[in-house]
Design a protein around this ligand. Structure first.
Ligand code: AHR
Ligand code: AHR
Length: 482
């Protein structure tokens, strides 16, 4: 059985079932997600390999070979047609894309294996979001519902609001109790749990709640499982938050009781839209990774959720490599040589804190050679990727800021560490390596007008130009000068 077969037999059927990694019904053979590639803007649909199975990641890899891909649609497997697509602008934020829409997620930002078979999750960077404002069958007003999501408990931030669940149909904040969604992260503007976070909380609108009090609820623990099962469910004057390691063990109840002691949350005023990666008003500063999740009609029993958790554990989520292509070895001294025709004697170098292209040869000054030489270190923000320390300015690293590359002193913050983490992969033009930003996996180290950026293939920035993209993001990594 799949999770939604289990909910159905527990009298709380799925009314939305989203996953890019696997079928959530044992008989499901339909669409899991749609991707669009950068080379020609065409789309394809990824389905399970067989009924009830893991997604056909090989079909994605073939379709996206030598180009970029984004996830355009996450299909609803429940039959209700509640598909998630690019989120529209909202009351709090206008997205970076055309007409204020949010960004779409890279198709390769969150690779995993399920029972040893490769699949891809949905890596949400700040600015990214999915939504459906015209759903069917989803709980409204005070009606009972349940939901779970499998997330990456190591990918989060403190911005508002990495959510999955029930929200406003207008993309605006329409008041307390107009949302009921899973939140994951270490935002402290509203409620908190114990420790420093991240926490599973419920976004009920104008508040992230960890329990009855709008402030701290000590029974809601900090959870950082690499694979995290997060549960929120609500019925008239009763709701719960639960969580577990998605790779082993069983669910714990972090809160189960009456609605919060703040007016507007009892009864609830749920509206029935579904969102992923954003707040109800399209607040879009948050980040996180989503693998699978559902919304049910009816309040699932703890026993039903126990069976769902066992099913998730049996799916055997495991981490897999974030890199490919030529080895970029920790401890080595390297250079990045451009591969764009006309620039093949240019190297990525720093000039003060700026990152630019410079022609460097064996007879260049030692100063210039060192400016173009980098030491590979373990990724400051993710140990499965790497960071690049300046040869002549130890303690300073290549990082992006507003998508512009700089070298800055490591200030020890989570933000710096993530901005300085890159995942090398086989070059998009086949010549060397392309260096993907860990935190913005639609973006790669690129030269544009001889300046360094992290660029996406056809994004909103000038330096996101599709012209010469594959060449500009492909670098031959050689041995460091000096
Ligand atoms: O409830 C927290 C957030 O507050 C909601 O997601 C958003 O709509 C509002 O800004
Ligand atoms: O480069 C994009 C973002 O810009 C970085 O993550 C952040 O440091 C800055 O706001």
């Amino acid at each position: 059985a799949g999770p939604c077969d289990i909910y159905a037999s527990g009298n709380a059927p799925c009314v939305a079932a989203h996953s890019t990694t696997r079928a959530l019904y044992s008989a499901y053979t339909g669409s899991l997600y749609q991707i669009q590639r950068g080379s020609d803007s065409t789309t394809t649909i990824i389905k399970p390999v067989s009924a009830g199975s893991v997604a056909n990641a090989a079909a994605q890899d073939t379709f996206c070979a030598s180009t970029t891909c984004v996830i355009t649609i996450i299909y609803d497997q429940s039959g209700h047609g509640n598909h998630l697509t690019q989120a529209p602008p909202g009351g709090a934020a206008t997205g970076p894309q055309a007409n204020g829409y949010d960004n779409l997620a890279s198709a390769i930002g969150a690779p995993v294996t399920l029972n040893g078979k490769k699949a891809y999750g949905v890596f949400i960077s700040p600015g990214t979001g999915y939504r459906n404002d015209a759903t069917s069958g989803v709980a409204k007003l005070d009606a009972a519902e349940g939901m779970y999501a499998v997330l990456d408990g190591t990918h989060y931030n403190d911005a508002c609001c990495f959510d999955y669940g029930n929200a406003e149909t207008s993309n605006t904040d329409t008041g307390n109790g107009h949302m009921e969604a899973i939140y994951f992260g270490n935002n402290t503007i509203w409620g908190t749990g114990s420790g420093s976070g991240p926490w599973v909380m419920a976004d009920l609108e104008n508040g992230l709640f960890s329990g009855y009090s709008a402030a701290e609820n000590a029974a809601d623990p900090t959870v950082t499982y690499r694979f995290l099962t997060a549960v929120v469910k609500g019925e008239p004057d009763h709701w719960a938050i639960r969580g577990a390691n998605a790779a082993s063990g069983s669910l714990s109840t972090y809160y189960s009781g009456v609605r919060p002691d703040v007016s507007g949350y009892n009864p609830m005023s749920k509206e029935g839209a579904i969102l992923l990666g954003i707040g109800g008003d399209n607040s879009d500063g948050s980040q996180g990774t989503f693998y699978e999740g559902v919304l049910t009609s009816g309040y699932p029993s703890d026993a039903t959720e126990s069976s769902v958790q066992a099913n998730i554990v049996a799916a055997k989520y495991a981490a897999t490599s974030l890199t490919s292509g030529p080895a970029v070895t920790v401890g080595s001294s390297i250079t990045f040589k451009a591969t764009t025709p006309g620039y093949t004697t240019d190297y990525l170098a720093h000039n003060s804190t700026n990152i630019i292209l410079e022609v460097v040869t064996s007879s260049s000054s030692t100063t210039l050679q060192q400016q173009a030489t980098w030491t590979v270190v373990t990724g400051l923000g993710n140990s499965a990727c790497v960071s690049f320390e300046s040869k002549d300015t130890p303690g300073s690293y290549i990082r992006h800021f507003n998508f512009v590359l700089l070298i800055n002193v490591n200030d020890g913050t989570k933000q710096f560490h993530e901005d300085a983490t890159f995942c090398p992969q086989t070059a998009l033009n086949g010549d060397g390596s392309s260096i993907r930003s860990w935190s913005y996996p639609t973006r790669y180290i690129r030269h544009f007008s001889e300046v360094g950026y992290i660029a996406s293939n056809g994004g909103p920035e000038t330096f996101d130009s599709t012209t010469s993209f594959n060449n500009d993001v492909s670098w031959v990594i050689g041995t460091g000068f000096s």
